[in-house]
Unconditional design. Structure first.
Length: 180
C-alpha cells in the first residue's frame, strides 16, 4: 500500500534521512530546471493540487505575524501547479509525495509575502498535465509548459486578514477565515 506525503521525496533518494532539514514543500519556479530534485518531476510528473484558498503570514514586527486568507474573487475552487514523485523504500514500500510550485507575488500578495503558489487557469489544466513527447500542448516540441509558472491575475483574487489561531493545527473551522 502506498503512503502519501506533502514535501516531495525524489525517486533517487537513498533514504528519507537524505532530506532531513531540507524542505521540499515548495519548488521555486525560477530554479525548477536547475535542480535534480525538480527537473524530472517537472518534465514528467506534473499534477494539479485542488484548493479553495490558502494562507500566508505577514510579518508585523519581530514577534508578530498576521495570517491572511487568499482565494478566488468568485469563490470557486482552483488548482495549484504541483509536482509529484514516487520513492521506493528499501523494504519495497512506496511513498508518493508532492510539492507546490511557487513564483513571485502578484500585486495582491506582495504586501503580505514576496512569493505565492502558482495557480493555474482552468483552461491550462490539460496542457499542464500533458507529458507526451512531441505534444503540441506544451511549449513546442514536448517541452514542459514553463510559461505557465507565473503569478495569477490579482484582479481575480481576494484576500482578508484571518484568525491568528490558523497557525495551530488543532484549530480548524470557518472561524479561522475571520480575523479575531
Amino acid at each position: 500500500m502506498a503512503r502519501f506525503r506533502v514535501c516531495l521525496v525524489p525517486h533517487f533518494a537513498k533514504s528519507l534521512k537524505d532530506f532531513k532539514g531540507f524542505s521540499t514543500i515548495n519548488a521555486r519556479a525560477e530554479g525548477i530546471m536547475k535542480s535534480a530534485t525538480w527537473r524530472i518531476p517537472f518534465q514528467r510528473r506534473r499534477c494539479l493540487v485542488p484548493a479553495d484558498g490558502f494562507y500566508e503570514w505577514k510579518k508585523l514586527d519581530a514577534k508578530t505575524k498576521q495570517p491572511f486568507a487568499f482565494g478566488m474573487a468568485n469563490e470557486q475552487p482552483f488548482a495549484f501547479a504541483g509536482l509529484w514523485d514516487a520513492w521506493k523504500d528499501p523494504a519495497g514500500g512506496w511513498l508518493q509525495s508532492y510539492s507546490i510550485i511557487t513564483t513571485e507575488a502578484n500585486e495582491l500578495m506582495a504586501p503580505v509575502h514576496d512569493r505565492m503558489p502558482v495557480i493555474l487557469k482552468p483552461e491550462d489544466y490539460t496542457r499542464w498535465l500533458t507529458r507526451e513527447p512531441g505534444s503540441t500542448l506544451g511549449m513546442g516540441h514536448g517541452d514542459p509548459p514553463i510559461d505557465l509558472l507565473r503569478p495569477y491575475d490579482s484582479d481575480k483574487m481576494e484576500s482578508a486578514p484571518a484568525n491568528p489561531g490558523v497557525g495551530n493545527v488543532r484549530n480548524n473551522g470557518p472561524e479561522m477565515l475571520n480575523s479575531a
